[in-house]
Design a protein around this ligand. Sequence first.
Ligand code: TYM
Length: 352
Amino acid sequence: MSKIKQRVLSGIRATGHLHLGNYFGAIKGMLALQEDANFETFYMVADAHAITTPYKVEEFRLSRLNVILDYLAVGLDPEKSVLFFQSAVPQHFELAFYLSTLISVAKMQHLPTFKDKVKQHPENVTMALLNYPVLMAADILLYKANQVPVGADQKPHIEVAREIARKCNNLYGTKFPLPNFFNLSGEYVPSLTGEGKMSKTVVGSYINLSDDLKTIEKKVAKIPTDSGKGEIRELEAESDQHQDIVYIDDSGQTSKGVKSLMSLIELFVGQEKRKEYEAEYKKDGLRYAVIKKNLAKLIYEELLPIQERRRELAKRTDYLANIIEDANQKARNVAEQTIAEVKEKFALSIVT
Ligand code: TYM
């Protein structure tokens, strides 16, 4: 008898090119779970989430397709994963409404992700923005997902989904599994500026999966560094998002850029190399120009095959249309079943 597989659901907003933060924070985990026979993987283009912040309609048409192309280029496989569009499955919005009855406005207003968006777009504090985590909970629960591969910034949203699932199960007797945060490595990829995380919305903070070698070299060269020699202090981490290491050079300056550089080195070359560099920092000093050039080369080597596959895939429009239609239908089949169950439990089914 075949074992019942656990479900996995994740998504990436269609808001432009994917960057290394998305790659390490989400995609690496998505790939690992796709290759694990214990899981059934559903990966969507979060196009409805993308329109919760202001966007340009013409660019958006392309961005939606770009996410699918990126998914395929990094190695997500339509034979193994359901690669679909969130907006093609209307049950996401239906379930989001039902679930919105289970969580308070105050809770939503206090989420760090909501507060950040309010700061970024004070003129655009809409109901859709407030409802963002509820729609995300619906995305996850609609597929009864056990694992959600995402970056650390999404942890508060997974918590909301768990709280909603728990309440729904208690109040209505649904059987939603409590979804788990899944991450293998790189749950927090820092910004190239040294301030905060790598983010699509912060200029100069990211390396795109589509960047060429020259662009990567330029971006890595710009990571602010210091004199190359000094001491390293490990502080008590204020949050559970990342370890707080401080690099203080011999003139007493603290460099957050060096921390970003070291994190990228760890991601691309491994923890051992980072440790070696840290030992040199404390002893003879580092030569950043050489280190940065090598790092840029390694990043490019990782991205080149993805870029080549992507170029080939972009030409195969019929193939893309077919796999998308097929995946949307597969997603709708699962979604319909869950909605029927939820409506029954909420006493919203048609009376016969
Ligand atoms: P989005 O598009 O903002 O981010 C996509 C994924 O990339 C991760 N990520 C990072 N990880 C590590 N370091 C970074 N600097 C970094 N920047 C981005 C994010 O954590 C995310 O995993 N709300 C989701 C989209 C979504 C979703 C869902 C995800 C909608 N519904 C249901 C999972 C399940 C988001 O932030 O997308």
